[in-house]
Design a protein around this ligand. Structure first.
Ligand SMILES: *[C@@H]1O[C@H](CO)[C@@H](O)[C@H](O)[C@H]1NC(C)=O
Ligand SMILES: *[C@@H]1O[C@H](CO)[C@@H](O)[C@H](O)[C@H]1NC(C)=O
Ligand SMILES: *[C@@H]1O[C@H](CO)[C@@H](O)[C@H](O)[C@H]1NC(C)=O
Length: 289
């Protein structure tokens, strides 16, 4: 369940790649199509994505063995680093002459890599860079197989409106992923006349005592309705600490965005328990041809 969302997108773009018919090198009777993969292999999403892609390829060629082309995935571990992702992409394009790159994983990394792709005219296919500031419309070589984060803003506003909450405090990670959603949230809340009196930006590598301090500060403002927009690594710390601080009980309300709720099932039992009562959003995508 947890990663079904990512898996679905992965399968659809592996299928997409298989349909792309490019001129390719010959090798052992089959034409090899090199495709780069740039992911944070130490992360849950990156590790699962890598395994799913190789399974999808062997499943596909198990059925369509007669195809004349064979996709060869060339995987690079970028970690969370922006420069490492860009240099991996550059190396794959220049030295391996890949026909496309799957990844990179984060929006901050994608910002640079999609520029490199545009210059080299190599398609960059991302299933996890969801920042609305990355615009496929402005870059024909950027293909995004996930919904961007702004898609959930109206749903969040609808929940807030339904409960008649007049104020909400945003807690978000201080990265491109976290920051880029803010203008959309401001507009949506303005429309329903809900105030955002306070915003709390938490650096992604904060330690527990820093996060606990921020949580205490928030509690002292008497804020009771919170919207949390951050990746699972930071979010799992935040909720464990909020629970310790007694802020996960009656009288408080917590909403989490898709980045965290999509990975809910991969979180440890203690963290899951601390998130009891939080409302999470996940995208619903209709079946289509
Ligand atoms: C992945 O994790 C291992 C062990 O924790 C570490 O040594 C390695 O540097 C990490 N790789 C990246 C790219 O962060
Ligand atoms: C957390 O980070 C702060 C500031 O970077 C530092 O002063 C503090 O010692 C760290 N706490 C722990 C428990 O590592
Ligand atoms: C949070 O605020 C409530 C009420 O103002 C208070 O009872 C509680 O002790 C506070 N929790 C923390 C961790 O400061």
């Amino acid at each position: 369940m947890a990663l079904a969302y990512y898996q679905k997108h992965l399968l659809s773009f592996v299928a997409f790649l298989l349909l792309v018919n490019l001129h390719v090198e010959h090798s052992m009777g089959k034409e090899v199509v090199p495709v780069g993969v740039v992911l944070d292999l130490n992360s849950t999403v990156g590790g699962v994505a890598e395994r799913c892609m190789s399974m999808a390829l062997s499943d596909f060629y198990g059925v369509y063995d007669y195809y004349n082309t064979r996709i060869a995935l060339l995987t690079r571990d970028s970690g969370k680093d922006v420069i490492a992702a860009a240099s991996a992409a550059l190396d794959l394009m220049k030295n391996e002459e890949v026909h496309a790159i799957i990844g990179p994983q984060s929006s901050a990394q994608a910002k640079f890599v999609i520029e490199l792709g545009r210059k080299a005219q190599v398609p960059i296919i991302s299933f996890s860079a969801t920042s609305p500031s990355l615009s496929p419309a402005q870059n024909p070589f950027f293909i995004r197989t996930a919904l961007d984060d702004s898609a959930e803003v109206k749903a969040i506003a609808a929940i807030v409106k339904a409960y008649g909450w007049r104020e909400i405090v945003l807690i978000y990670e201080d990265t491109d992923y976290g920051n880029d959603l803010i203008p959309y949230l401001m507009d949506a809340f303005e429309e329903i006349e809900t105030r955002m009196p306070y915003r709390s930006a938490i650096p992604p590598f904060s330690n527990n005592s820093e996060i606990a301090k921020e949580i205490k500060k928030l509690n002292e403002t008497n804020a009771r309705i919170f919207l949390v927009h951050m990746m699972a690594s930071l979010g799992s710390k935040l909720f464990a600490l909020a629970n310790n601080a007694g802020m996960m009980r009656e009288g408080y309300a917590w909403i989490i965005t898709e980045g965290l709720s999509a990975l809910f099932d991969t979180l440890g039992p203690k963290v899951k328990e601390s998130m009891q009562g939080a409302v999470g959003l996940r995208p619903y995508i209709r079946r289509s041809k």
